[in-house]
Design a protein around this ligand. Structure first.
Ligand SMILES: [Fe+2]
Ligand SMILES: [Fe+2]
Length: 312
């Protein structure tokens, strides 16, 4: 791959990062041991379409001069790095019993299992969506859509890295075990499914993909927005950076659905009929059915109204 123009990240490192990984040899070795497992998973469960170079943005920095580099990358050589938003040394906890106290730089024992659980659930959704979307490259409506699909896929892969970094860096042996499990559960698997329902549903076609990126990535945005407020500062900064990438995922959904509906409306007008199927369009009733489904399963992701998880 080409060398990024930015100087803030050393891309000759095996794992590009802005968390000074080199200063923590133990953590670095643990993540370097996880890396080949990730790549194995990517080859096994990631996009099935063979790619040459794909024009992609790669996260490289958090600074003002921009955070991403654009270039042509062969998908398996995408550099999945670890990036946290800049630390605000004055940040305080914004809510609850600890309101006003300095944000935690380490995990307090009493919240350890709750935080680990949150991170594992968030982490589980990221590779799940890559698995759900793995065959879509074979039926892409255009090169433009194909590029967007791959962009979303590599970034969901990076979001997995983001959560795995937290598990490795702050949750000891248990965290490392959870990081392994994130690659062992699979979307739709009968034996070891992904944790949340929406992430075990198939994404068999592009209308489903647009609905997924419209609704489910939007849920992701809300979840990340919530985690960004976490009293545990490294989680907060990780999610803040992930949100930069998430905006594009929703853009893919919004503009995708927009184009489908526009085409349907054009065909309905041109042929004076609601049945646009013979003309290559998708009837409104079918679009509505997709919408009902994806809206419902995405709402379910917010959990139930009375929930001890939510309360904690
Ligand atoms: Fe994500
Ligand atoms: Fe996303």
């Amino acid at each position: 791959m080409s060398t990024p123009a930015t100087t803030s990240i050393d891309y000759t490192e095996r794992i590009p990062n802005n968390v000074d990984l080199a200063s923590d040899r133990r953590l670095q070795r643990a993540l370097e041991a996880w890396q080949p497992k990730f790549l194995h998973w990517w080859n096994d469960m990631g996009p099935t379409l063979h790619t040459e170079d794909v024009y992609l943005r790669t996260a490289v920095a958090v600074g003002r001069e921009g955070w991403a580099n654009f270039g042509h990358v062969h998908l398996p050589e995408y550099r999945w790095g670890i990036f946290l938003a800049e630390r605000n040394p004055d940040r305080t906890i914004g809510f609850g019993a600890h309101r006003g106290e300095p944000a935690w730089q380490q995990v307090p024992g009493e919240f350890r299992s709750a935080l680990q659980r949150l991170i594992v659930i968030q982490g589980d959704t990221e590779p799940a969506s890559v698995e759900q979307q793995r065959h879509l490259g074979l039926t892409a409506p255009s090169l433009y859509d194909l590029r967007n699909l791959f962009q979303v896929n590599v970034e969901e892969g990076r979001h997995l890295w983001a959560m795995v970094y937290l598990l490795h860096a702050y949750f000891g042996r248990q965290g490392r075990e959870e990081a392994e499990s994130l690659l062992l559960r699979n979307s739709g698997s009968a034996d070891s499914p992904r944790i949340l329902g929406a992430f075990n549903e198939p994404t068999p076609d592009w209308l489903a993909f647009y609905m997924f990126t419209y609704f489910t990535d939007r849920d992701g945005k809300y979840q990340l927005g919530t985690l960004k407020e976490s009293a545990f500062d490294p989680l907060s900064r990780t999610c803040e950076f992930m949100l930069k990438e998430e905006a594009h995922h929703m853009f893919v959904g919004t503009t995708g659905i927009d184009r489908v509906v526009t085409r349907t409306a054009q065909l309905m007008r041109a042929h004076d009929t609601a049945d646009v199927r013979p003309f290559g369009g998708i009837p409104l009733e079918v679009i509505q059915r997709y919408l009902n489904f994806h809206f419902s399963v995405s709402l379910d992701l917010f959990g139930s109204e009375t929930s001890t998880n939510v309360a904690n």
